[in-house]
Design a protein. Structure first.
Length: 532
């Protein structure tokens, strides 16, 4: 990459960049421009120590270069900080670093100017100090953390735009385990805040366009997830019409500074004619080609998540009806998606990491201690103020194990030797008031050799004084009679309930983490019942 020489042009690039790749390029170029001068100064200083330059000529050259550095770069770095903030919103770490660079370069100029009067008087120690100062203030792109070097939104708010496949992510009281985006968010540690589920059953992409302003743009999200086309194909629309609608959606969102996550169309048994299959493959090819030419758009190829390689049909157990994903199909869609999203979206930690956190109502959200309570068919050690109970004939051995990640702490390990469900719960009886808005979330980890059966879930339950549950919120609800999960998700994940208001007559709130296992081990981690 050629090193830019005009900071004003770079600031213009940052201000006018829309897509992530353009912003990354503009910021990286400005950093390299600064590095050019700083690296030169560092090399010159080293040559002073090595005695390679004529001191008189060197003094003139240093003075000239430092003037250029101070006049051309230092004043504009603060301006560049402002341009970046205008273009990207507040991003304190990077802005603070640019301002610090500006100040350090100016201070360095003053230090060296004081030395230039008579270089012949510099001692070896003073020369080494000068080299150290220049090295300290030279700019190295690798010093910026990876999640700051790549472009990210000021906030990861998102609206989901689609049809019934998107609609089934959640309703008011629960998130569904058949929701592809609920699994995406879980596997990414709840990186996104969902502002609106704009999935409407039966709708085509041209109908998406009609409600784009009200259902997406008016929420002012940072991101929009777009998945559509299934109903268009079923209603005989052409590949041209579907693709053109999708492009109109992508570009309208981009014009409104909303970044797009686009999905290809998932497979369906309803695509049973040659013409429908041709439209399915044509639209998906065009979406992928559009993504190649528009790098600011993130493409998720969900069309390949559970397609039978010998047909256009879904693989066994991946849908409920040949169209809508089952829990198994949804988690496959999510794991494929997270692999790509991890390259673009920073994983912002969402869990409390201390029992002193005043926002977490749980007395032991960090799962410490071993004096908890064992239920039926359960042996071993359980975290303080928690219960571990086996249901459905499960036989369980419990133990506490140290975390091997950050932050420090422990996992509640649960080894299931006879199939059934392990339920891990804790109660809160104070610190809340009727009408307050709260939510629950919990960490999970499951051994790759464990066999998950029906479901994984968390619940937050509100009880009255008669011990009757008056409100139940689910973080990954599984409807009885539907296809069981029968799949072990990879890596650590975080399940979260929708926000809700504490109903009248509530005297106790319980959070429950549940895993249904045929055999193997799972781990329950940090948990929260938190106020908004």
């Amino acid at each position: 990459m050629a090193v830019p020489t005009n900071i004003e042009e770079l600031a213009h690039d940052v201000r006018n960049a829309i897509y992530g790749s353009q912003v990354r390029e503009a910021i990286a170029s400005s950093m390299e421009a600064t590095a050019d001068v700083a690296d030169w100064a560092r090399q010159v200083a080293q040559d002073i120590v090595d005695g390679k330059f004529d001191e008189g000529l060197l003094a003139t050259e240093i003075e000239s270069k430092l003037n250029q550095l101070e006049q051309d770069y230092a004043p504009t770095l603060t301006d560049l900080e402002i341009e970046i903030t205008d273009a990207r919103g507040s991003f304190a770490d990077l802005a603070a670093r640019l301002l610090s660079m500006s100040n350090n370069i100016s201070n360095l100029s003053d230090q060296v100017d004081g030395k230039i009067g008579d270089l012949s008087t510099l001692s070896t120690e003073e020369k080494s100090t000068l080299v150290g100062a220049l090295n300290e203030n030279s700019f190295n792109l690798e010093q910026i953390p990876p999640n700051q070097r790549s472009y990210s939104s000021p906030s990861n708010t998102i609206v989901l735009l689609g049809d019934s496949i998107t609609n089934q992510n959640y309703v008011s009281d629960y998130y569904s385990d058949r929701g592809y985006f609920i699994w995406i968010n879980a596997l990414m540690g709840q990186a996104f805040t969902i502002l609106n589920n704009a999935g409407v059953s039966g709708q085509r992409t041209d109908e998406f366009l009609l409600r784009l302003e009200d259902d997406v743009i008016s929420y002012n999200p940072s991101w929009c997830f777009v998945l559509g086309g299934t109903n268009d194909i079923g209603q005989g629309r052409s590949a041209d019409d579907i693709y053109n609608d999708l492009v109109d959606i992508y570009e309208t969102l981009s014009e409104n500074n909303i970044k797009v996550i686009a999905s290809t169309i998932p497979p369906s048994t309803t695509f049973d004619t040659i013409e429908e299959k041709q439209v399915f493959y044509s639209v998906n090819r065009r979406i992928k080609e559009y993504a190649k030419n528009n790098p600011g758009l993130i493409l998720l190829d969900m069309g390949s998540a559970y397609v039978d390689p010998t047909s256009t049909n879904p693989i066994a157990n991946s849908t409920e009806d040949g169209i809508h994903p089952s829990a198994y199909g949804a988690v496959r869609m999510a794991e494929l998606s997270v692999e790509e999203l991890d390259k673009h979206i920073p994983k912002i930690p969402s869990m409390s990491y201390s029992n002193d956190d005043p926002y977490n109502l749980l007395s032991n959200g960090s799962i410490s201690g071993t004096s908890g309570n064992l239920g039926n068919t359960t042996t071993g050690e359980v975290a303080d103020n928690w219960w571990l109970v086996g249901f459905g004939g499960a036989e369980i051995t419990a133990s506490k194990v140290s975390r091997d990640d950050f932050p420090q702490g422990e996992w509640q390990k649960v080894e299931v030797t006879v199939a059934g469900s392990a339920q891990f719960y804790s109660d809160v009886t104070s610190g809340f008031s009727v009408g307050e808005t709260i939510y629950g979330q919990s960490e999970f980890k499951i051994d790759e050799n464990a066999v998950v059966t029906t479901k994984i879930d968390i619940q937050v339950v509100c009880y009255d004084s008669n011990d009757v549950d008056i409100r139940v919120l689910n973080g990954l609800y599984h409807s009885d009679g539907l296809t069981p999960l029968n799949y072990t998700p990879k890596d650590t994940f975080v399940l979260k309930t929708p926000f809700f208001q504490i109903p009248e007559e509530t005297v106790r709130i319980r959070i429950i983490s549940r895993v249904y296992l045929d055999s193997g081990s799972c781990y329950f981690g940090r948990s929260e019942i938190s106020k908004i």
